[in-house]
Structures are given as structure tokens and as C-alpha cells.
Design a protein around this ligand. Structure first.
Ligand SMILES: Cc1ncc(COP(=O)(O)O)c(C=O)c1O
Length: 454
């Protein structure tokens, strides 16, 4: 029984749905064209509606519930923290905030010892570019096509996908370049190594044409998330680091989606042994139980603000409930080997199952990913690689993907799809059996895509 003293009973889906439709304004949506499913409860890798239907959460909501729903220790830690101190301004020191920052610095690459907390990923990126500009005294920021960095004014300007278009013209000084994508190479590369080499040459050329002394930062997702789960080819991130070093450019790794376990590492970039200057995080830091994000700052950039005020702040920077949740979550990661679980799901379950599915389905062009961060790219023709639906398709043009997603959902699996791709991003601690259940639902639904193969 949920009693809000409103006289409305929220025990049935009807009141939840009615008040939502009347009063909640939803993200990224034409308000009259959506029908949000009321969720009654969630546990582990499962969410439940009011009619008793269960759904396997194969998207970890928005790729953020990395340790699953309602983890008892994380819930208890938040309850305990709420009893202790619900809020305190950022200008005080606070135990939860101090410990969260210490733990995050401990797992970050060496030489990155300070954390600026935000309430989410977009704000982290906003602050990272501000720090880079002030540290270098330069203005331009290079960001990738095929990227998402958040929906605030600066973060959406960095974004390299159609979500940016409606906010243009946006902040000045952002220049987009092409990153590596071996399956659809913009550089006519035939091997991943060639792709890395040519993408780096293109980046360097872009810097030359923008003026090497004008570029403050290069921001990139260490593994591109929504825009394709694009795992960088060997040498690429190392090459970006080298370019940044040669031209005095700040390297910003946006780890909002790829960090905190998604690929089986604390931070995805650590897989390639690269140390950026700034790391932006959010989502998986505490599985979104309480909103939290932040920027991990290199010692060199932090020193810029030792004697000079940092001109940025947020009322909720380092909020005690959010940082208490981060502390509990990081400790759960260690106690339950969340990184190892994610790695093993990738190598032992998802990779072999997807390879087998690729043999069965002519509509699968490519499968790619690491840990619990995978995409199935659907095509109409394997030779031409024509996408199952066009780039940024909507309405009738997007129907084949909508049909695939609906068929997956009918089987009780909630997954994320983007353009012509189905993404596989369950919580890191999903059981192998549940992962197989989810993959089997996708396997069956792909018959719809196969029927469209020419
Ligand atoms: C890579 C990346 N950066 C930034 C963001 C924005 O984070 P938030 O929605 O918490 O502002 C996202 C969100 O999906 C993301 O995937």
C-alpha cells in the first residue's frame, strides 16, 4: 500500500498511469505518442509491472543499474545515510563524500587523485570542458561523430548524433571528427589496425586545420555506447593520448556509460593502459540509486586550481546520500567481484552465443562488445551492409526495428535498441542463465529481421 495522503490509490497501475499522463513530462518524447509502462517493483535483473508480468532488464534501465535492482546492502546503506545526514552543502567536508572520493581515486589510473562531484553525466562533461579550457587557456573542443555526451547545452553540443540538431546553434568552439568504426569505416580501411592508423591521421589533420594552439581538449567515449558499442581498435586510444601529449591537449574520457564495470573494468580506458587527463563518470558509480556523476581530475589539472578559484559548482555536488550509495556500491563491486562477473559473462556467455546467432541469422551484420556491453548490428544485406533501417529512421521507416523490439518484449525481455542495433547490456551480476534467457528471446525475434534480408 502506497499512501501519499492524496486520496488516490497507487496500488493499481491505473492511478499511476493516469497521473503520469496528466502531469509528467517525459524525456525525448512526443508526449501524446508514448505509453509508459508502470513498474511496481524491481529486484536483481528483473522488473515487474502491476499485472504480475516480469521483464528481464536487459538494458540495465539506461545502462546504469550495473549491480542490479534493490541490492540489499546498497538500499541499507542509503537508509542508514538518510538517518545520519540527508544533506549538507558542498562547502562542508562530509564523511560520505570524502570516502567516495577516496575510493574513486583509488581505482582510477595513477596520478588522478581528485574528484569533482556532479549530479549526473552531462554535468560532468560540462565541468570537464570548463576545466580543460581554463587549464590550457584555449577554447576549442574536439568531439567525435557517433557519440552522446548528455543533454545540457554544452554536453549536447559535444554530442555527435541527431539529438544535437534541435539545440543548434549551441556553444561555440566544438568541432566534430570521425572516430574508428571498422565495420563501417569512413577511411576505407580493411583491418582494425588500418582503421586506427587512419582515424588517428584524420584526427591530427583536424587539429592542424583548427589550429593546434586553439584546441583545449579532445573528448571521447572510451567505448562508444548508445551510438553503437564501438570498441576502439588496437592502438587508437594510445594514439589519441600521444597526439594530446604532443600538442598540449587535454584528453577527456567520457566513461559515463562504459565505466564502473560495464566492460569488466573500473574504467574502460584501463583495458588499454591509457591514462587520460580527466575522466567523467556517472551511472554505474552507484547504479543510479541516487543521482551522481563527477570528474576525476589529474594532479596536474587539479593544481591549476590550487591558488586560483575553480569557477563552477552545484548545490548537490557530493550529496551525502548519493556518495554514500557510491561508497556502498564500490565496496559491493569488490566483495562480489562485479568486474569479474561482467568479464566472464562477456567471454563465456555473450560472445559465444552471439557468434552462434550470427550463423543462424542472415540479418546479423556484426556482433561486437566486451563484458556486458554488446551490440547486434542488423542489416538487409551482408554484402552491401545496408542497415536494416536507415540512419535516424523514424515512423514507418523504423518499423522493422520497432517490430523486433516488440517481439523481444513480448517474450518478457526489456532491451535497448538504437537505429539498426539491438544492445545487450544487462546488469553486471546477471546470472548466466538469465543472460541466456534474454539472448534466446532476441534470437527468436530476429526471424522478423531475417524476413527482410534481400
Ligand atoms: C557516454 C555518456 N555521456 C554522458 C551521458 C549523460 O549522462 P546523464 O544522462 O546522466 O546526464 C550519457 C547518458 O547516457 C552517456 O551515455
Amino acid at each position: 500500500m502506497i499512501d501519499f495522503n492524496s486520496g488516490l490509490s497507487y496500488d493499481s497501475k491505473d492511478a499511476v498511469h493516469a497521473s503520469d499522463r496528466a502531469h509528467v513530462f517525459h524525456s525525448w518524447s512526443a508526449q501524446k505518442l508514448i505509453n509508459p509502462l508502470p513498474i511496481a517493483r524491481a529486484e536483481g535483473s528483473w522488473i515487474y509491472d502491476y499485472d504480475g508480468n516480469s521483464y528481464l532488464d536487459f538494458s540495465s534501465q539506461l545502462m546504469n543499474v550495473n549491480i542490479g535492482h534493490q541490492h540489499p546492502q546498497l538500499v541499507a546503506a542509503i537508509q542508514e545515510a538518510a538517518g545520519r545526514l540527508c544533506t549538507i552543502a558542498p562547502f562542508h567536508a562530509n564523511a560520505d563524500r570524502s570516502e567516495a572520493a577516496r575510493l574513486i581515486a583509488e581505482v582510477a589510473p595513477d596520478g588522478m587523485n581528485k574528484v569533482f562531484f556532479t549530479s549526473g553525466g552531462a554535468e560532468a562533461n560540462e565541468n570537464a570542458i570548463r576545466m580543460a579550457r581554463l587549464h590550457t587557456g584555449r577554447r576549442k573542443i574536439l568531439a567525435m561523430q557517433r557519440s552522446y555526451h548528455g543533454a545540457t547545452h554544452g554536453a549536447i553540443a559535444l554530442t555527435g548524433d541527431p539529438r544535437r540538431w534541435a539545440s543548434e546553434p549551441s556553444i561555440s568552439g566544438v568541432v566534430h571528427f570521425w572516430g574508428p568504426y571498422p565495420y563501417r569505416s569512413s577511411f576505407h580501411a580493411e583491418t582494425p589496425e588500418q582503421e586506427a592508423e587512419r582515424a588517428l591521421a584524420h584526427l591530427e589533420e583536424t587539429i592542424m586545420f583548427e589550429g593546434r594552439d586553439n584546441v583545449a581538449a579532445i573528448i571521447l567515449e572510451s567505448v562508444v555506447g548508445t551510438n553503437g558499442i564501438l570498441v576502439p581498435p588496437p592502438g587508437y586510444l594510445e594514439g589519441v593520448r600521444d597526439i594530446c601529449d604532443r600538442y598540449g591537449i587535454v584528453m577527456i574520457a567520457d566513461e559515463v556509460m562504459a565505466g564502473f564495470g560495464r566492460i569488466g573494468e573500473w574504467f574502460a580506458i584501463q583495458r588499454w593502459g591509457v591514462t587520460p587527463d580527466l575522466i567523467c563518470f556517472a551511472k554505474g558509480v552507484n547504479s543510479g540509486y541516487v543521482p551522481l556523476g563527477g570528474v576525476i581530475i589529474s594532479d596536474e589539472i587539479a593544481a591549476t586550481f590550487d591558488e586560483r578559484a575553480y569557477p563552477g559548482g552545484l548545490t548537490y555536488s557530493g550529496h551525502p546520500l548519493a556518495t554514500a550509495a557510491a561508497v556502498a556500491s564500490i565496496n559491493i563491486f569488490k566483495d562480489e567481484d562485479i568486474l569479474g562477473q561482467a568479464q566472464r559473462l562477456g567471454t563465456d556467455v555473450i560472445a559465444p552465443e552471439l557468434e552462434a546467432m550470427k550463423q543462424r541469422h542472415a540479418s546479423i551484420g556484426e556482433v561486437r562488445g566486451l563484458g556486458v556491453f554488446w551490440a547486434i548490428e542488423l542489416v538487409r544485406n551482408r554484402e552491401t551492409r545496408e542497415m536494416l533501417v536507415p540512419y535516424n529512421a523514424a515512423g514507418a521507416a523504423a518499423k522493422p526495428m520497432a517490430d523486433v523490439v516488440a517481439a523481444i518484449r513480448e517474450q518478457g525481455v526489456w532491451c535497448f535498441a538504437h537505429f539498426n542495433r539491438v544492445h545487450i547490456t544487462p546488469p553486471c551480476n546477471t546470472s548466466p542463465e538469465d543472460v541466456r534467457t534474454g539472448l534466446a528471446a532476441i534470437d527468436k525475434a530476429l526471424e522478423i529481421a531475417d524476413a527482410l534480408v534481400a
